[in-house]
Design a protein. Structure first.
Length: 195
C-alpha cells in the first residue's frame, strides 16, 4: 500500500490535511482460493486545529474533524462517506518522555445493513528521543464499535523515527494484535518531508 498525506499550514494553529492512497492491494483467502483486488484507496480530508499549547508549554491539545471520501474501487472500500472527530492531547513528562492520549469518535457505515453506527478509538503513546536523530515510540490502542457483530480490537504498536537531514524524517515500525482480531503483524515504513 502506498499511503500519502499532504499537509498545508493555513495559519499558525491550523493545518489542512489530505490523505490519499494511490495504490492499495488486498488479498483474501477463503477455502484455499486467494483473491486479490488492487487499485486506488479512499481519501481522507482533515482539519487540525491547535486549541492549547501550539508551540510552547507542557500540554498541547488539538481537534481534528475529518471526512472519508469514497474514492476506492469496489473491493477496497465500502463506497460510503464516513467521518469523525479526533482529540489528541500531548503532555511533556519527566525524563524527556512525551505522552500522547488520543480519543477518536467515528460515524461509520454498518457492515451488513443500511445505516451507520458509532465507533470509538483510544490510544496511549509514549515516546523518547534516543539521541539527536532517533526517537522511539510505543503505544497501546483499542478500537470499540457499537455495531453488535464487531469485536473489540487491541494492538501494541512500536516505531522508530530517524531525522535524515533537517526537514526529512524516516519512519518504520509495526502494529501487533493483542487479541487476534486485527492482523497479527502489520509492518510499515514512511518518509516525511517538510517544505
Amino acid at each position: 500500500m502506498l499511503d500519502t498525506t499532504v499537509k498545508l499550514g493555513l495559519a499558525n494553529t491550523i493545518d489542512a490535511e489530505l490523505q490519499i492512497t494511490p495504490s492499495e492491494s488486498v488479498a483474501t483467502d477463503e477455502a484455499g482460493n486467494t483473491t486479490t483486488v488492487s487499485g486506488i484507496g479512499d481519501t481522507f480530508a482533515r482539519l487540525k486545529i491547535n486549541v492549547l499549547g501550539d508551540d510552547q508549554g507542557a500540554i498541547a491539545v488539538a481537534v481534528l474533524p475529518y471526512v472519508k471520501l469514497p474514492t476506492a474501487q469496489s473491493g477496497l472500500g465500502n463506497g460510503r462517506v464516513e467521518g469523525g472527530l479526533i482529540l489528541p492531547v500531548s503532555v511533556s513528562a519527566p525524563g524527556g518522555f512525551t505522552v500522547i492520549l488520543m480519543a477518536e469518535g467515528d460515524y461509520l457505515k454498518n457492515t451488513a445493513r443500511t445505516g451507520y453506527h458509532g465507533a470509538f478509538d483510544f490510544l496511549i503513546n509514549v515516546s523518547h528521543a534516543l539521541d539527536r536523530r532517533w526517537t522511539f515510540y510505543s503505544e497501546a490502542v483499542t478500537s470499540q464499535s457499537s455495531e453488535a457483530r464487531d469485536r473489540s480490537v487491541y494492538t501494541l504498536d512500536e516505531a522508530l523515527t530517524c531525522i535524515l537531514v533537517p526537514n526529512l524524517q524516516l519512519d518504520f515500525g509495526g502494529n501487533f494484535s493483542l487479541n487476534g482480531v486485527a492482523p497479527r503483524a502489520q509492518l510499515y515504513t514512511g518518509l516525511s518531508q517538510r517544505f
